[in-house]
Design a protein. Structure first.
Length: 440
């Protein structure tokens, strides 16, 4: 591998263990690791770590600019052996080292929405420098590191020359990779690739990715994300994972996160916590949010009051369509809005309902009540899951308002809330039936 202007690729495993020689031709040690600058889309090599000795290993850090040549069987430095200083260990956690932090580690593939394990690293060599181009997740990458690639390739080629093992490379572009190398001191991830990579992942996939990680990486990744992405993950993982995360966060962080998720999700979570823990979180919240959640916690979990969320849009009947649309555009929703708005009087009694589409098709000066549906169905706080599900199925609603005995609008229930509850009930019943089936 002569060092010239021609671009070429090399695997990190092919560099590990290569002898490193000084300018005077003396062997200094072997190629042990490579430190890269993580600030670029494709991180570039900044330092070489050389190791010498076997039982008493020592390590030296060399600036990448001091490398004269990278050949197929060795590396040559511009420095003489006397200029190299070895120490008992080199373990700076603030740096990103390929062998220590990437190889054999879990990383997130933000393109295919999954957690993968890195078996090798594909590097691009340009003008003395190495840049991370891809990660190799294939079995062949692992075999290459063991030094068995030629033997296994020959055997596979004899048995099946068209084998995917020989013909297909399993490389994933580095730009889609989120490393999870952890700094145990500051408990942070060293690399923070663009947040939009996570924002583009569907919430359900994001939850699955999260649960595929080990528990330490779950906490570290969670803390590295913005509040909105944290909320998307939190509502898509099971209670045990939620509780573990909450206990690992600072109280202020935990409260911020709970404030950022829909009220029905926060209520469900707090309702499952030990009472003392739930009350502690409520005491740390703003009085308005705490009062709202405390009220919701007072309802049975299998009633409309326990299922509803207070995240909805309501306008008085005198509101103009123009004003309503302006408020909708300016409103920041915790989750995708239900696209229904409700019409109330001065006492917040439910009068009617409409949707975004009807409002947009109305004249700006019209009143919102003129865009209302002819009739509206609703449920009461005490209504059972069965009643709510029946009405939603009968009238093909995907959202239904909840009122109290005085017809005051208290919240809404979405079809997602009902489905999760119905599935939970069905699952509990199935678990009760299974033992009986086994007995018979």
């Amino acid at each position: 591998m002569e060092n010239n202007n021609k671009r070429m690729f090399v695997y990190f495993s092919q560099l590990m263990g290569l002898p490193v020689f000084g300018r005077d031709g003396a062997k200094i040690g072997i190629f042990y690791d490579c430190i890269v600058k993580p600030t670029q889309v494709y991180p570039q090599s900044s330092h070489l770590i050389i190791r010498k000795g076997f039982f008493r290993r020592k390590y030296a850090l060399v600036n990448w600019q001091d490398i004269e040549e990278i050949a197929e069987d060795s590396l040559k430095l511009k420095l003489e052996q006397s200029k190299i200083t070895f120490k008992g260990k080199h373990n700076n956690k603030e740096e990103l080292a390929l062998r220590r932090d990437i190889l054999d580690q879990q990383v997130v593939d933000t393109y295919n929405h999954k957690v993968i394990r890195v078996n090798d690293i594909h590097l691009l060599e340009v003008d003395h420098c190495l840049m991370i181009a891809h990660v190799d997740i294939s079995l062949r990458g692992l075999i290459r590191r063991l030094g068995l690639e030629k033997i296994i390739d020959f055997c596979v080629g004899v048995m099946n020359k068209n084998s995917d093992y020989v013909k297909t490379e399993h490389l994933i572009s580095w730009k889609h990779i989120q490393p999870l190398s952890v700094n145990p001191v500051s408990m942070t991830i060293k690399i923070d690739l663009p947040q939009k990579q996570f924002n583009n992942i569907p919430a359900a996939d994001l939850g699955e990715i999260f649960l595929d990680l080990n528990m330490q990486h779950q906490v570290i990744l969670f803390k590295s994300l913005d509040l909105a992405t944290r909320a998307r993950i939190f509502i898509n993982i099971d209670f045990n994972a939620q509780k573990y995360l909450i206990e690992e966060l600072e109280p202020k962080e935990a409260v911020e996160m709970l404030n950022s998720i829909p009220t029905d999700e926060a209520t469900d979570f707090l309702d499952k916590l030990p009472q003392e823990m739930s009350e502690r979180f409520l005491s740390l919240m703003e009085s308005k949010q705490s009062k709202k959640l405390s009220e919701l916690l007072g309802y049975s979990s299998d009633s409309a009051g326990g299922l509803m969320t207070t995240e909805y849009m309501a306008f008085t009947k005198e509101t103009t369509v123009e004003s309503a649309l302006k408020q909708i555009r300016e409103r920041i929703f915790k989750v995708e809005p239900a696209q229904f708005v409700y019409i109330v009087d001065e006492g917040h009694h439910l009068i009617g309902a409409t949707n975004f589409r009807r409002l947009m098709l109305s004249a700006p000066t019209d009143l919102v009540q003129n865009a209302a549906f002819p009739k509206i169905k609703f449920v009461h706080l005490e209504s059972s899951v069965k009643e709510v599900a029946y009405l939603m199925e009968k009238y093909k609603y995907y959202v239904i308002p909840v009122v109290d005995k005085e017809n005051v609008l208290k919240g809404i229930i979405t079809v997602d809330d009902i489905l999760s509850q119905v599935i939970s009930i069905a699952w509990r019943r199935l678990k009760k039936i299974k033992p009986k089936l086994h007995k018979t």
